[in-house]
Design a protein around this ligand. Structure first.
Ligand SMILES: Nc1nc2c(ncn2[C@@H]2O[C@H](COP(=O)(O)OP(=O)(O)OP(=O)(O)O)[C@@H](O)[C@H]2O)c(=O)[nH]1
Ligand SMILES: [Mg+2]
Length: 202
């Protein structure tokens, strides 16, 4: 039987979770499709060779977020990778986003403190604004909040955008290297090319 890894993509509403999954599935993004807010949680299976990933796309609307936290045993158990998205463009939602992040981390720390890979995406860092004052400022706000909160886990953090999407990696190393997970794949496909020098990490 295949070893299926469970990956959760989460964050508050409209941060771009479903769009990333659609890009991974369609393998190209000529146009960014309009997506509706995710209702509840959608699961997608991505298989490569002997490996399969069950990707859980958590709806970011408040009523679903409350359900995931209250019924965490249904949603967070047996987790292999957690990918948390912030919308780095939307300053007004950073506080709400960080609160949700803290709640998830607390639950994982208390109930599921095992071998999970953690990633934070500072998403919507689009090419034309990635170096702007606003993006740098929001990045600082998020990183400072994370530092203050003293997360008990080791996170990989990177700035991503759908506009960097590049599928050159899909059919190559990722499928051959059994150590690489979905967080690593997202980094490869959705960050500026210059970043991809430090390609492989765990
Ligand atoms: N500028 C910009 N917009 C993006 C990016 N990624 C996604 N979006 C847009 O953000 C909006 C929300 O995207 P979704 O993928 O539906 O967000 P979501 O996190 O799944 O939202 P919920 O299902 O409500 O939790 C859409 O209009 C996307 O086109 C990005 O990298 N940059
Ligand atoms: Mg969605």
């Amino acid at each position: 039987m295949k070893n299926i890894k469970k990956v959760v993509l989460t964050g508050i509403r409209e941060v771009g979770k479903t769009t990333i999954i659609n890009a991974l599935l369609n393998k190209n993004l000529d146009i960014i499709e309009k997506v509706s807010p995710t209702k509840g949680c959608n699961r997608t299976l991505i298989s490569t060779g002997d490996r399969s990933f069950s990707i859980w796309d958590f709806g970011g609307v408040l009523k679903y977020r409350l359900r995931f936290l209250q019924q965490h045993f249904r949603f967070f158990s047996s987790l292999d990778e957690l990918i948390y998205l912030f919308d780095i463009q939307n300053e007004s939602l950073l506080f709400e986003s960080f609160n949700y992040f803290k709640n998830i981390i607390r639950i994982l720390d208390i109930f599921y403190n095992h071998d999970i890979r953690y990633y934070i995406l500072l998403h919507k860092a689009d090419p034309e604004i990635i170096n702007s004052f606003k993006i740098r400022k929001n990045e600082k706000i998020i990183l400072t909040s994370i530092d203050r909160f003293a997360i008990p886990f080791n996170f990989k953090i990177f700035k991503t955008s759908i506009y960097y999407f590049n599928n050159h990696f899909l059919d190559n190393q990722f499928y051959k290297d059994e150590k690489l997970g979905i967080g690593c794949l997202i980094k490869e496909l959705f960050t500026p090319k210059a970043n991809s020098e430090n390609k492989f990490f765990n």
